[in-house]
Design a protein around this ligand. Structure first.
Ligand code: AGP
Length: 618
């Protein structure tokens, strides 16, 4: 997830406004930034900087060093190519004919890059964006039909998501934009026109905005915006007045970043799946781990898998253990990084240590990685922040594409880590001959339905909100489940504790009677997670046990298991899916429970007491 801005006016220097707009979008990405500004028909001056936006501002003297009345800017969250000045946007053709910025993911950029290379193009960066910009240039020159047609032809050829803002040498003062799936708004005042990824970037300058639709384009000139559909026909758009305040706007209209990120999960999961799943007519869907760097021979040689992480990332590992062992038939051990690093672990020399970390900077997880490497064991990191310490030091990296996660309580990063572990399990199982082609494709196809199924769970959030409000003063909450449902309980319990400050425990349902059941009192909330058909009846009987001791029961089950309503006082259902993938759906109501109870208690949901987003100390 990145942030783009653009501004064109008759006589205002745009650079300071671009920088200001980017500063309002830093929550969307902050590993590098850049602006391109042109004064009249001059060549655009491009200035880029790795690191926080502050460095770009210093480099351009707050924008004063880059005069010009038309420009674009970008703050990056790296997806393709490490954070660097070279990979930072804007990207430009060698002759300066086209320069642009992009937020999104061009899924077929490799094939397009090969095509352009055959046409004589060269590339200086590792980004998909440079490919997109040069694709526009290619069509602009090939058809000589102007910017809108060049962009339209590019949109037809490209697969993926984009919010694109482009300037053409021969069209001074104008910015051309195109959108598919990534957010974009257009602001217009009397003599100025703005484009940005999100409202916060323009709110200071205008509240009059157009929402450009999917597969639509626009030509922006000072005080004017003309919209086009994919056929290049002009279309009318309604000007909308923004009522949000600046703070609300940064959260995209949500009250908290956490809720915004909960709702970003379908897209984050879809982007992560699409980063390694390719689909073509002849061979159908398949997983390509070349970006992770593990060869099939290395996959076949794995004897054991050790998953090491902290917090929610550890809970991903607990769920992944069930999936990997069931599919890959390889022993998996999951460990807390803070234990692993001091345990003097006995690791098989042909083992694989998987480190899971959103930030890629967690001290215990980094130390565990180094411990594994010191023992000569291959390491694979599942990481969200490109170029982070764990990503740099691991032998192999599987990047999740959750985008920047601001709330301390992880949601979308957790969900992308889950699907990353499913993808590894499916590919490992296939490569090792544990899955035939039909089952392989069946699992991949089912996995591709998860984003929409997460969206369906989110549609039920008002019911969860109503139920959560009844327990905002709870003293203890218990989450119980068996098998992979227990792993889901671990995450649900942590969400509850870390943002609502209510004591909570996750328990293997079969273990409750060995002591902890003594804590159950009248009205104690017990949440039973029952997504595994073979274990369903067992967990139901555990719920009956606690109900007979006064517990108030919430059930979480797949659609169709309606008989649970004879036992549980409140039930929430999730869409059916392959039972390896149910954590991705069952965790959503539990995230919402923690969120709504925290809100009901008037707590700081995004920044809970005592916690940090990344624990970079022991
Ligand atoms: C989860 O909501 C917490 N923020 C915390 O448990 C977190 O998962 C843990 O600190 C690990 O962080 P990492 O993924 O950045 O390594």
């Amino acid at each position: 997830m990145c942030g783009i801005v653009g501004f064109t006016s008759n006589n205002i220097n745009v650079a300071p406004i671009l920088l200001d707009g980017l500063s309002k979008l830093e929550y969307r990405g902050y590993d590098s930034a850049g602006i391109a500004v042109r004064d009249g028909s001059s060549e655009p001056k491009i200035v880029k900087a790795k690191g926080r936006l502050r460095l770009l501002s210093e480099k351009t003297n707050g924008g004063a060093a880059v005069p010009g009345t038309c420009g674009i800017g970008h703050t990056r969250w790296a997806t393709h190519g490490e954070p660097s000045e070279t990979n930072a946007h804007p990207h430009c053709t060698d002759d300066g004919n086209v320069v642009g910025v992009h937020n999104g993911i061009i899924e077929n950029y490799v094939e397009l890059k090969e095509k352009l290379t055959r046409k004589g193009y060269t590339f200086y960066s590792q980004t998909d964006t440079e490919v997109a910009i040069k694709m526009v240039d290619y069509y602009y020159k090939k058809y000589n039909m102007g910017p809108i047609d060049a962009i339209a032809k590019t949109m037809v050829r490209v697969r993926g998501s984009y919010a694109l803002a482009v300037m053409f040498k021969e069209y001074p003062g104008e910015i051309y934009v195109a959108r598919k799936d990534s957010p974009m708004i257009i602001g217009v005042e009397e003599d100025e026109t703005y484009v940005a990824s999100d409202v916060p970037a323009v709110l200071k300058y205008t509240r009059q905005v157009y929402y450009i639709g999917n597969l639509e384009m626009a030509k922006l000139s000072p005080g004017n915006a003309v919209f086009y559909n994919l056929d290049g026909d002009e279309i009318e758009k309604e000007l909308v007045e923004i009522k949000w305040d600046a703070e609300a706007a940064e959260k995209g209209g949500y009250e908290h970043f956490m809720m915004k990120e909960i709702h970003e999960q379908p897209k984050a999961v879809k982007d992560t799946i699409n980063s390694v799943v390719t689909v073509d007519e002849s061979s159908g869907a398949q997983i390509d781990l070349s970006s992770v760097g593990l060869t099939e021979e290395e996959i076949r040689s794995i004897s054991n898998i050790y998953i090491v992480a902290c917090g929610s990332a550890y809970h991903v590992g607990v769920a992944a253990q069930y999936v990997i062992e069931d599919l890959v038939k390889v022993p998996v051990r999951v460990e807390l990084a803070s234990e692993f690093r001091y345990r003097k672990p006995l690791l098989d020399k042909n083992g694989l240590v998987i480190i899971i970390s959103q930030s890629g900077e967690t001290a215990d997880s980094l130390a565990a990685l180094r411990e594994a490497k010191a023992k000569g064991i291959r390491t694979l990191a599942i990481v969200n922040v490109i170029g982070s310490s764990i990503a740099r030091e691991a032998d192999n990296v599987f990047y999740t594409l959750a985008g920047p996660e601001i709330a301390v309580a992880t949601t979308k990063a957790y969900s992308t880590q889950l699907v990353a572990s499913y993808l590894l399990a499916i590919q490992f199982a296939y490569v090792r001959g544990e899955l035939n082609m039909d089952k392989y494709r069946e699992l991949i196809t089912e996995l591709q339905t998860i984003p929409d199924k997460i969206s369906r769970v989110l549609e039920d959030k008002e019911r969860i909100q109503w139920f959560a409000s009844k327990f905002s003063n709870a003293k203890d909450v218990f989450f119980i489940g068996r098998g992979i449902d227990y792993a889901i309980c671990l995450e649900g319990s942590l969400k509850m504790k870390e943002i609502s400050y209510i004591h909570s425990e996750a328990y293997a349902a079969g273990e409750l009677k060995h002591g902890t059941i003594s804590l159950i009192e009248d009205g104690t909330l017990v949440i039973g997670v029952m997504t595994q058909s073979e274990l369903y009846e067992k967990t139901v009987s555990n719920l009956v046990e606690v109900k007979s001791r006064g517990a108030y029961l919430m059930g979480l089950a797949p659609y169709g298991k309606y008989e649970i309503e004879d036992t549980a006082d409140f039930v929430t259902y999730v869409p059916r899916t392959d039972e390896h993938f149910t954590p991705s759906l069952a965790v959503i109501p539990l995230q919402l429970m923690g969120y709504y109870i925290s809100v009901a208690r008037g707590l700081d949901v995004d920044k809970p007491r005592n916690l940090a987003k990344s624990v970079t100390v022991e």
